[in-house]
Design a protein around this ligand. Structure first.
Ligand code: ATP
Ligand code: MG
Length: 202
């Protein structure tokens, strides 16, 4: 069966941490494609100053254009009101009937999933891949989660990736402080946010 990778995020901005996780997941789990899904109005982010969805979408597009296995979806940014992952996954389940769904996050995000709407249903729809993220040791934690949440048994996969201590929060702070961000994200994205003066005076 074909496998579709799903990489959701605010992507404000997208950076090499996201891209490395997606590419390593693609290779390791033999995913035919990885779909990047920028969030619309994220229900779990408290930041009030998230960049416009179309700008985040544009930056993802620039970042993935040289990888034929990467694609982007507007499913969340076109939805009115908050997007819940379980609803997005139901849409993908319907639109990609021939594919097994592999939901990719940084390993820091696994705990969050259990606070999301219909968490148990999410694990009925997907296989989960948690990519290593610096500052977060996940292997024991993943075992514990599968023990405590039986619906996740055999569906949680830990992925060792070259660790990149890069976050969008740090990139935004660097821009604000006038510090360099080159090599933390694709040059096309850096030029885009410079051109649109993103983060400079937020
Ligand atoms: P912010 O600092 O604004 O929260 P972020 O860098 O965490 O941004 P998100 O858009 O929140 O990026 O993350 C989207 C997904 O990518 C999440 O599943 C997150 O865990 C994962 N991710 C982000 N950065 C990395 C990284 N450096 N390595 C591995 N996974 C990452
Ligand atoms: Mg984050």
């Amino acid at each position: 069966m074909n496998r579709l990778g799903i990489m959701g995020g605010t992507f404000d901005p997208i950076h090499y941490g996201h891209l490395v996780a997606a590419e390593m997941a693609r290779a390791e789990f033999k995913l035919s494609k990885v779909l990047f899904i920028p969030t619309g109005t994220p229900p779990h982010k408290d930041r009030k100053d998230i960049s416009a969805a179309e700008m985040r979408y544009e930056m993802v597009k620039l970042a993935i254009q040289d990888n034929p296995a990467f694609d982007i979806s507007r499913v969340e940014i076109e939805k009115e009101g908050p997007s819940y992952t379980v609803e997005t996954l139901r849409v993908l389940r319907r639109d990609w009937p021939e594919y097994e769904l592999y939901f990719i996050t940084g390993s820091d995000a696994l705990l969050e999933i259990f606070s999301w709407r219909e968490a148990e249903e999410i694990f009925r729809l997907i296989q989960y891949i948690g990519a290593a993220r610096p500052g977060f040791d996940a292997s024991d934690f993943f075992l514990k989660v599968q023990h405590e949440h039986p619906e996740t048994q055999g569906k949680i996969h830990y992925l060792e990736v070259p660790a990149l201590a890069i976050s969008s929060t740090d990139i935004r702070a660097r821009v604000r402080r006038g510090e360099p961000i080159r090599y933390l994200l694709p040059e096309s994205v850096r030029l885009y946010l410079e051109q649109h003066r993103l983060y400079a005076d937020s």
